[in-house]
Design a protein around this ligand. Structure first.
Ligand code: HAM
Length: 415
């Protein structure tokens, strides 16, 4: 038996229906905020991701050379492709441009619960400016999405990567070493950051100051520790969020992010119930368009780890009940199969979700099948009833049966 590749999943019908249900909720929230959906290719030129995504992503890239000798990579995320698309085809559109997307991403990671090699992101990008209002809009959308899904136990953290970058620069870390050190700070792996910072000539006291800074978490009072413009910027952001009713978040000066392109505000959400892979969402403000050959435009965005947030919902016991179908048409005997087919077609045309027996089953077995596919009503087609142009309608949950003229069947099922 051929198995699916490691780190990938199949989605069987029950799971797929559940996923579509939640995907639909996210899509409707994004539209409510004035975002419009886009789609980009599953694969891109590798360079798109090598340019600025940082060492984490590059190490995990599914990359190959195609038959035309081009370096191709399966997308590990959708921000770089979205900005490439903006540079290629949307750069003259009126700003801000508010886009959202849903699709699979690929990262060659060590698979475990909540971490896959093929996973799905639902994300949004707001292209046009770097203002507290833009960031607030992105964070508000993220919070509304989590709320719409119904997740209760999660933590939202907002930080500013620009401040940390500045501090590292002032400490004498050369640009080339910044990404590697930030990566260690992201994981709070201070003991691994020490030798890298020592090699760059940073003295221990400055280093400890930086570590302490990244460990600073709290409410608005924390902003007293953020110097200059960034502090003012964050204060404006907090006041916008408060105005929109978003108050349940921490200021966390240690939010670093695993990707390298962020320049300003950064934010993440975690669902503690997920354990090691608890990050359900990540984003921030960045500037990539100039790097991809366009004008210099700031953007802000985020992506929800769709698989992870569904896992978190499951852990909270939020169950999804499958929709089932409206009706199942059961021919009582072989001589009425044609009439049963005709009635099935009529119901489907009327927009009723409807199935019928196509396995030449006896009535008892067909009824069993009707309940296994979640039919709410059974339409029992028998010779005697047909003589009066009627069928028997059976409510599958109560078992109640009524004789219904075929001319009234659609209305009865719809009601
Ligand atoms: P990211 O933090 O790399 O950011 O990924 C976003 C989310 O995708 C994570 O918070 C996590 O929930 C989920 N995720 C990442 N890797 C995996 C995996 N191997 N298996 C399952 N879920 C995973 C980005 O990708 C940025 N493009 C977000 C963004 C949009 N920033 C600005 N705009």
């Amino acid at each position: 038996m051929i198995q699916r590749p490691r780190g990938t999943r199949d989605f069987l019908p029950d799971e797929m229906e559940r996923r579509r249900h939640y995907e639909g909720k996210l899509r409707s929230v994004a539209k409510r905020f004035g975002f419009r959906e886009t789609a980009t290719p599953i694969f891109e030129d590798s360079e798109l991701f090598i340019l600025r995504s940082g060492p984490n992503i590059v190490d995990e890239l599914y990359a190959f050379r195609d038959k035309g000798d081009r370096e191709i990579a399966l997308r590990p995320e959708l921000t770089a492709p979205t900005i490439r698309m903006f540079v290629n085809s949307m750069s003259n559109d009126p700003k801000p441009i508010k886009l959202f997307y849903f699709g699979q991403c690929f990262r060659y990671e060590r698979p475990q619960s909540g971490r896959y090699r093929e996973f799905f992101q639902f994300g949004a990008e707001l292209i046009g400016s770097a203002t507290p209002d833009t960031d607030a809009e992105a964070i508000a959308l993220a919070a509304a999405m989590i709320e719409e899904l119904g997740l209760k136990d999660f933590r939202l953290k907002v930080g500013h990567i620009g401040v940390l970058r500045q501090k590292l620069k002032e400490a004498g870390i050369p640009d080339g070493n910044l990404a590697e050190i930030l990566q260690k700070l992201d994981k709070k792996a201070y003991e691994e950051a020490v030798p890298l910072m020592e090699a760059a000539g940073v003295d221990r006291e400055v280093m400890d100051g930086i570590f302490e800074f990244t460990d600073t978490v709290g409410g608005i009072e924390v902003l007293d520790r953020v110097p200059g413009d960034a502090g003012d910027y964050l204060r404006s952001l907090v006041s916008r969020l408060t105005a929109m009713g978003i108050e349940d978040f921490d200021i966390d000066l240690g939010v670093v992010r695993g990707l390298d392109y962020y320049t300003g505000v950064v934010f993440e959400a975690e669902a503690p119930a997920l354990g090691a892979e608890k990050q359900i969402l990540g984003g921030g403000s960045y500037s990539l368009s100039e790097l991809f050959g366009g004008e210099d435009v700031f953007s802000t965005g985020f992506a929800i780890g769709f698989d992870r947030i569904l896992l978190a919902l499951e852990k909270e016991g939020l169950e999804y009940e499958n929709e089932g179908i409206d009706a199942y048409v059961v021919p009582v005997s072989d001589d009425v199969r044609s009439e049963a087919a005709e009635i099935t077609a009529m119901l489907r045309k009327a927009g009723i979700s409807c199935d019928t027996d196509i396995m030449e089953r006896k009535m008892g077995k067909a009824m069993k099948h009707a309940s296994s596919v979640g039919a709410r009503q059974a339409v029992i087609v028998g010779t005697k009833e047909l003589e009066s142009d009627s069928v028997t309608l059976r409510d599958m949950s109560s078992g109640e049966q009524t004789l219904v003229p075929i001319s009234e069947l659609i209305g009865r099922i719809q009601s």
